[in-house]
Write a protein that binds this ligand. Structure first.
Ligand code: ADP
Ligand code: MG
Length: 466
């Protein structure tokens, strides 16, 4: 039986594109590009979806690692969907085989892929520096949550290697660390500096490769001749002892020659477990700044910039709606735009009302935590412990109040991914070490006391419902 498949309708394309835009938010950009690039929905029959993938390898990965994401996103868009399976290439349905076990490659499949473009932005990467040319200072929106980090980066631009060395940026996911590293790298490369950007994982891989292939001489040479070395997500080298050792030597070699080192991490050096002390003290020896969640005005400005980049036009009303409701990080803001772009209203987005936007984005908005503002979190915790916001933020040392305060700090860190300094600032102007101490204390309590674990899960629920 040939051609017994329903035609690929626009509905299915839209469904998959919208689901992809949602999945893109939840996994790393590299994984997304690797595993989802050449996928599409081949068929939808009742509650069952068949996703076409380019290879057996991809099929395995989607089945084993991403199935949950795929199912969840598709279901959020269409609750009827019950089952998802994967097939290599295009398929024809083996006729009359109940509980199909086998999918066959159909004829003339290749060209099915060709008109199909995922909403993945192809990023122009420089082969020598490994820098993404799209991430520049120009495209970076500056505001209260990142102005210190931005100012430090600007200062380094005028005095690389000597002023702030190393420069250590930390903060939660999707808050612009990688963007800032690339922006600084690109600007320094324009000054004809020898720049290299790597994630710490790439560094580890390169090291292991060179070690195995007896190319350590080459390895040393490559890194030590740099003027600027940017290492992203440096927390991942923790625990890898030999790599840490080599990293330490590389660092020292560069540092002693006043070459600029820039590092990013999701947390402070002191909070990276199994980071060797000597590396930690190196990391702490320069300038450390955090990036936090963007304010409403920043979110609006970022949306406007990204709309311009992506050639999307949206009404002010819709932009305000998104900026108000997608608060946690910038990656999600961008994801919201991708979801809208992938929607059936694509051609006339500029007349989209906030109400329609809400409908299209409901999958994203439904996910817990996105809407929570730290003020309502503090209020919820205060209510729970029958104290007041004023007491929580003030100096009251009553045991119950102090406890509520610590729980609020912990919850801000856990649920909103706020940085320690930010939490300290908004909870009564306290020092970040106080917050870290509170975080550790509550964390331990959750692990050791079942009663408290339940208590916190209740609080968490209340927070998510606000
Ligand atoms: P992180 O490395 O902190 O997880 P990224 O730098 O990857 O975050 O940022 C995620 C996305 O958000 C990127 O597309 C980036 O361009 C964008 N972004 C983050 N902060 C800003 C900002 N201040 N201005 C413009 N775009 C931003
Ligand atoms: Mg990053």
């Amino acid at each position: 039986m040939k051609g017994d498949f329903p035609l690929i309708s626009t509905d299915i394309e839209v469904l998959w594109r919208t689901a992809l835009a949602d999945i893109e938010l939840q996994i790393s950009p590299a994984n997304f590009a690797t595993w989802f690039r050449h996928t599409k929905i081949l068929a939808k029959q009742g509650g069952e979806i068949i996703i076409g993938v380019p290879s057996g390898f991809t099929k395995e990965w989607l089945e084993n690692k991403y199935h949950k994401y795929i199912l969840r996103s598709l279901r959020a868009l269409d609750p009827e969907i019950k089952e998802v399976c994967y097939a290599i290439g295009s398929v024809k349905l083996p006729s009359a085989v109940p509980g199909r076990t086998r999918w066959e490659k159909g004829e003339g499949d290749q060209n099915l892929d060709e008109h199909w473009q995922l909403p993945i932005d192809e990023s122009p990467i420089n082969k020598i520096t490994n820098l993404n040319l799209k991430y520049t200072f120009d495209s970076f929106v500056v505001g209260p949550s990142n102005e210190i980090a931005y100012a430090a980066a600007q200062a380094i631009l005028s005095q690389p290697g000597t002023l702030y060395n190393p420069f250590f940026i930390y903060g939660g996911v999707g808050l612009g660390k990688t963007h800032l590293l690339h922006a600084l790298g690109n600007a320094l490369a324009n000054q004809h500096k020898k720049v290299l950007y790597l994630t710490s994982e790439q560094f580890v891989n390169d090291f292991v490769f060179c070690l195995r292939n007896k190319r350590m001489g080459e390895f040393k040479e490559r890194y030590r001749k740099l003027d600027v070395f940017l290492v992203d997500d440096v927390q991942f080298i923790a625990g890898k002892e030999t790599t840490q050792e080599e990293f330490f030597h590389t660092f020292n070699a560069l540092y002693s020659e006043n070459k600029q080192v820039v590092l990013s991490s999701d947390r402070l050096p002191q909070a990276i477990p199994t980071l060797e002390d000597r590396l930690r003290s190196r990391f702490e020896g320069g300038m450390i700044t955090d990036v936090g969640s963007p304010t409403f005005e920043m979110r609006l400005a970022i949306l406007q910039k990204k709309c311009r980049d992506k050639n999307i036009s949206l009404s002010q009303e819709t932009l305000h709606f998104i900026a108000e409701h997608v608060q946690r990080n910038v990656r999600e803001l961008e994801g919201a735009l991708n979801v809208l772009r992938a929607s059936p209203r694509h051609s006339s987005l500029d007349t989209l009302s906030a109400e329609e936007a809400r409908n299209i984005l409901k999958g994203i908005l439904k996910r817990p935590n996105v809407n929570i503002h730290y003020k309502s979190l503090i209020q919820t915790v205060a209510d729970f412990y029958q104290t007041t916001e004023k007491d929580m933020l003030g100096k009251n040392r009553r045991k119950e109040v102090a406890h509520a305060r610590q729980v609020a700090m912990y919850a801000m860190r856990e649920l909103l991914h706020s940085s320690y300094p930010f939490i300290g600032r908004v909870i009564g102007g306290r020092d970040h070490t106080t917050v870290m101490h509170a975080y550790q204390k509550i964390h331990k309590e959750i692990q050791t006391s079942e009663d408290f674990r339940e208590e916190f899960s209740l609080i968490r629920q209340k927070i998510s419902l606000v």
